[in-house]
Design a protein around this ligand. Structure first.
Ligand SMILES: Cc1cc2nc3c(=O)[nH]c(=O)nc-3n(C[C@H](O)[C@H](O)[C@H](O)COP(=O)(O)O)c2cc1C
Length: 543
């Protein structure tokens, strides 16, 4: 992304732009200099100013050079491009330079501009009668055409260039932080917005980017939500929520229409009074303190947006993605591989949904369950590790360098409350191997082993993707703990109310569905990038 500084001649684009570049530590270039370089190249090194090129070779030659300079300027990234209004008046150059750039328009009063432009003599295009009037008319025209494109408008007038550069820096950083998008919306092509608080009237998700024609019913979504629902066993929170989903839009006659799919789940069993004693203090281990430090105003009831309840929305949205992935033969299975330090040794897939902990080892599951119940009777909580086995994923997914598949998975899963680490393949353990042990040899078109966990160079390899996520012990515990209140005074707190004594069992479907969204988004990107890939791996799936 570049920052393009434009404006009428004499507005101070160069001075302010260069001072701003120094402050921001970014490179800068002027399209006027590029034009002169291009001209010098053509003339075997002999340099002329833009004024001379215009005067000697005429407007047409000059405009051609401008177009070429615009093309050169777009080869840069994270560069401040200082350009005259003339170049930006050409629609082709304008559209090139706009790209995903941030556009700044620097302007000043006509009298100030005229004084500056004529300081070194009249430029060739203003020679002849009524120069000042023609200049004012040109500035007015450019303002009319170009200023509406600007993200930032700065009035230079006669102000000190350093003060202007400082103001520009502040305006640019504000604009860039806004461009990060809403922190409540995730995804590039498959986009999910979640809304609602734990103790508000409802929570929900708006899922956009799903192709038309995918058969989806409320039952498809409900089935997945039921796996995350509170109150489903003794080892989870006893809050009584049916988590019944209603689809409000985007589905007609049982199939997606391509329009946003809005889903809502009404909260039924809020007991906000349980949180009265937490209004003015911060639960240790929870996001109470940081939310207050950031926003200065928070919905403390049930933790508001920081509540695990928000993750139901991800399951609802992910259920749609999951349906598409299953139709392609991709399966995502999560299970508790460790709880309270007790490690599963066997993997019996059918057993996962037959025990409340979602452990795949029938011998170890009861031990995990007991550890959770023991922690609860001690007014405490325990954590654990969830492992995902993703099978049937085609190679080629993930976009180096910043949207590598492992990076996207880790980032998406880390947005889930209580997740403290994500490992792919052998993860941290691979650091203790030699290269000869860690490398996965290939034979007959397949990997012989899978230490890499299905992702190499940020791209899926076709081997099963193995991912582990660390879940911390639930922060809200009834045991007495020390904390501070809003005044900073020391107080004791016992967090009452209904909480998961271990988050692992209910986080399993959450991680599975967040993963489904990442994979579907990666497939949509890949299908656009390489249509042969889409053909080879039958994307989108047929229903
Ligand atoms: C499915 C699920 C259920 C959760 N249940 C609780 C809970 O009952 N009590 C609690 O204190 N935190 C619970 N959490 C965790 C909090 O949301 C999380 O710890 C909190 O937002 C602070 O964020 P952090 O732990 O990532 O720093 C749950 C998380 C998930 C994913």
């Amino acid at each position: 992304m570049n920052i393009v500084i434009m404006g009428p001649k004499g507005a101070g684009k160069s001075t302010v732009g260069q001072r701003f570049a120094e402050r921001a530590g970014l490179p800068w270039l002027e399209t006027d200099r590029l034009i002169e370089d291009l001209d010098a190249c053509r003339r075997g090194g002999e340099r002329r100013s833009c004024r001379d090129i215009f005067r000697t070779d005429g407007e047409q030659v000059f405009r051609e050079l401008e177009k070429e300079a615009a093309a050169r300027a777009t080869e840069t990234d994270y560069t401040i491009i200082i350009t005259g209004g003339g170049l930006m008046m050409d629609p082709e150059s304008r559209s090139r330079l706009r790209g995903n750039a941030l556009l700044v328009w620097i302007d000043a009063d006509d009298a100030v501009l005229w004084a500056r432009v004529t300081r070194g003599g009249l430029p060739p295009w203003l020679e002849g009668p009524d120069g000042a009037a023609r200049f004012a008319a040109q500035c007015a025209h450019r303002r009319e055409v170009l200023r509406p494109f600007a993200d930032i408008v700065l009035y230079a007038e006669d102000r000190d260039p350093d003060a202007l550069a400082a103001e520009l820096e502040e305006l640019v950083s504000r604009e860039l932080s806004l461009r990060q998008g809403s922190p409540n919306t995730w995804g590039d092509i498959i986009r999910v917005t979640t809304f609602g608080e734990s103790h508000g009237p409802a929570i929900g998700a708006v899922l956009d980017g799903i192709r038309p024609g995918v058969p989806i019913s409320e039952e498809d979504i409900q089935r997945e939500l039921d796996r995350r629902r509170p109150g489903q066993s003794k080892v989870v929170t006893q809050r009584r929520e049916s988590d019944t989903v209603r689809i409000l839009s985007g589905i007609y006659e049982g199939k997606t229409t391509g329009a946003p799919i809005a889903m809502v789940i009404f909260n039924e069993d809020q007991r906000s009074r349980n949180y009265d004693n937490l209004k003015d203090l911060f639960r240790p281990g929870h996001g109470d303190f940081t939310f207050y430090a950031k926003y200065g105003h928070r919905d403390h009831r049930g933790g508001g947006r920081q509540s695990g309840r928000e993750t139901a929305c991800r399951v609802a949205a992910g259920a749609v993605a999951m349906k598409m992935l299953r139709a392609m033969g991709v399966s995502i299975v999560g299970h508790a591989i460790e709880v309270a330090g007790i490690r599963a040794k066997r993997f019996v897939r059918e057993f996962i949904e037959q025990n409340p902990v979602r452990c795949a080892d029938p011998d170890v599951a009861p031990l995990m369950e007991q550890a959770i119940l023991d922690a609860r009777s001690d007014r405490d909580s325990v954590g654990g590790i969830i492992q995902l086995e993703i099978e049937g994923l085609p190679p080629g997914l993930g976009d180096p360098v910043f949207a590598k598949l492992d990076a996207r998975l880790a980032s998406a899963i880390m947005t889930i409350g209580a997740i403290k680490a994500v490992e792919i393949g052998d993860g941290f353990a691979i650091t203790r191997m030699r290269g000869s042990e860690a490398n996965d040899p290939m034979k007959n078109g397949r990997f012989v082993s899978n230490h890499h966990g299905g992702i190499l160079g940020g791209i899926s390899s076709g081997a099963p993707v193995i991912l582990r996520a660390a879940v911390k012990p639930t922060a809200s515990i009834a045991k007495k703990q020390r904390t501070i209140d809003l005044n900073g005074d020391n107080v004791d707190v016992e967090v009452l109310g209904r909480h998961d004594p271990c988050i692992v069992p209910r986080a399993v479907p959450v991680i599975e569905h967040m993963t489904a969204l990442v994979l579907l988004d990666a497939m949509e990107i890949q299908a656009r990038l390489n249509p042969q890939w889409a053909e080879q791996y039958h994307y989108p799936p047929e229903f």
